[in-house]
Design a protein around this ligand. Structure first.
Ligand SMILES: [Zn+2]
Length: 215
């Protein structure tokens, strides 16, 4: 078994320390972590707050697999109290690598988006052991009407591929992907599947290198 520090590096999740690692069944690692980041913003007034108020309920998030192991990250988010707002409400800290109420990490979402290219929700669901509803939830969260082209320094290869939402239905979203620093990354999702939608997207370089259509 690898040591905690090596696993922390492999997980590639910022602002955490690993408390313990539990092997569950034959192919699952449950990794208990805690946040090393201090403070959050009050959900009511938006001000930075750092008055600790214990921990929130435990959340479990599926993360990118390590080798053959399914990875589950278990975290009790830190909670903080606002001393300015009436009733002194509390707010749970959310770390940058997950969305509140999501059951998977953003890294896992990226991986599923790549898996979904030229595939179907049903196929990826079966292969990855994740529910169709959870995959649909990932798509809903990540569909972005405006792709942030400025975030991409070099567009080495840009692919535009499609995800068919339902088998036999012509109901697609387009996945825009590119090699950023030698790594294939999903840049954005567009609900419209036409080249015009991409070319018309604000700041788009207007380059369409690959465009595959799912039969
Ligand atoms: Zn407040």
């Amino acid at each position: 078994m690898l040591d905690k520090e090596t696993i922390r590096v492999l997980l590639n999740l910022p602002d955490i320390a690993i408390d313990r690692i539990v092997v569950e069944g034959a192919r699952t690692l449950k990794i208990f972590v805690h946040s090393i980041l201090e403070g959050t913003h009050c959900h009511r007034c938006g001000k930075p707050i750092d008055h600790p108020y214990g921990l929130s309920q435990e959340i479990t998030l599926r993360h990118v697999s390590l080798g053959e192991y399914t990875i589950l990250i278990v975290l009790r988010p830190k909670r903080y109290q606002c001393d300015d707002c009436e009733g002194r409400p509390t707010t749970s800290q959310t770390l940058s690598w997950y969305t509140p109420r999501a059951s998977v990490t953003k890294g896992f979402e990226d991986q599923m988006l790549l898996e979904l290219i030229n595939s179907t929700l049903e196929d990826v669901s079966r292969k990855q052991g994740i529910g169709v509803d959870a995959l649909q939830g990932i798509l809903d969260r990540r569909i972005d009407p405006e792709i942030d082209w400025s975030a991409i320094e070099t567009l080495e290869v840009m692919g535009i591929d499609e995800i068919s939402l339902k088998k036999g239905h012509r109901d697609f979203v387009a996945v825009i992907s590119a090699y950023v620093n030698d790594q294939l990354r999903v840049i954005g999702l567009l609900a419209e599947r036409t080249k015009a939608a991409v070319k018309g997207s604000p700041g788009s370089p207007g380059v369409v290198i690959s465009y595959k259509t799912v039969a």
